[in-house]
Design a protein around this ligand. Structure first.
Ligand SMILES: NC(=O)c1ccc[n+]([C@@H]2O[C@H](COP(=O)([O-])OP(=O)(O)OC[C@H]3O[C@@H](n4cnc5c(N)ncnc54)[C@H](O)[C@@H]3O)[C@@H](O)[C@H]2O)c1
Length: 254
């Protein structure tokens, strides 16, 4: 029987690439997103059903798990990918509000997803949860304290869940992307100058693609990763391998 997966934030970027890849590899997929219009792509794909909801609410998490089980009677994989990012300055008027919202989506959303998804996966005989973290959850970025805190929280919640759910056959891992060309970095939210600077600091000298991130997620979700739980897989072009105090090497010296 083909496995059933839920992917959150499946309307765009890494989430959409993952939902498509899981479908192409034989899963039935519930594609969840807060933006209804972003899920239009699901109408072209059989065995992918859209679900509109905000992962920061308990009701949406409960309902998305119920919807997958109602449609297909089981749940095998959950990819907790939905996330938001924005610059935050410590002294800005809206700093606390921004922190609360980013934590609500990126950390609370992951906790709620595990809370409702893990029991359903266990009842289906075991499976996998993949949390999408970030290099920002294991290192820090300037002017992004809220995002950095939210991703660190998501990563350690996933590790704790790996310990708590192993006994019921649910593996929980983190796939931590580095800079990846998606809406989160496009659309003028990050300046062209900043993007060029980012790329210079990536050892592989380029951004990742959503499909490269989806490959790493699909690996952790698959039986090929059957002895891996509580792990953080960096998919970052080498970003977190560096201490960050020296400029990248010149090609001729490499
Ligand atoms: N792109 C990068 O460079 C990068 C780097 C590290 C980590 N990440 C992480 O990867 C994940 C996916 O990012 P992306 O780059 O594909 O982003 P994206 O902005 O392209 O897509 C994110 C999707 O999540 C949805 N979403 C946002 N808030 C939601 C909510 N409350 N409930 C449900 N859905 C919601 C959006 O509508 C959107 O469709 C995020 O967790 C992000 O933090 C991205």
């Amino acid at each position: 029987m083909s496995p059933v997966a839920i992917v959150t934030g499946a309307g765009a970027g890494i989430g959409q690439a993952t939902a498509r890849m899981l479908y192409e590899r034989g899963h039935r997929v519930l594609a969840a997103d807060v933006a209804e219009e972003a899920l239009a792509w699901t109408t072209e794909v059989p065995d992918v059903i859209p679900f509109v909801g905000d992962v920061s609410t308990e009701g949406a998490n409960e309902a998305m798990v119920a919807a997958a089980r109602k449609a297909w009677g089981r749940l095998d994989v959950m990819v907790l990918n939905a996330g938001i990012a924005r610059r935050t300055h410590w002294t800005a008027d809206d700093a606390v509000e921004a922190f609360d919202r980013i934590m609500a989506v990126n950390a609370r959303g992951v906790v709620l997803g595990i809370r409702h998804g893990a029991p359903a996966i266990a009842e289906s005989g075991g499976g996998a949860i993949v949390v999408v973290g970030s290099t920002s959850g294991v290192r820090a970025d300037p002017e992004r304290f809220a995002y950095d805190a939210s991703k660190a929280a998501a990563i350690n919640a996933a590790r704790a869940a790996a310990l708590d759910w192993a006994i019921r056959g649910v593996r929980v891992n983190v796939m931590a992307p580095g800079p990846t060309m998606t809406g989160i970095l496009q659309g003028g939210r990050v300046s062209a100058e900043h993007l060029a600077e980012l790329t210079r600091n990536i050892p592989l000298q380029r951004m990742g693609t959503p499909e490269e991130q989806a490959e790493a997620i699909c690996f952790l979700a698959s039986p090929a990763a059957s002895f891996i739980t509580g792990a953080v897989l960096m998919c970052d072009g080498g970003v977190t391998a560096q201490a960050g105090i020296f400029p990248p090497p010149l090609k001729e010296n490499a």
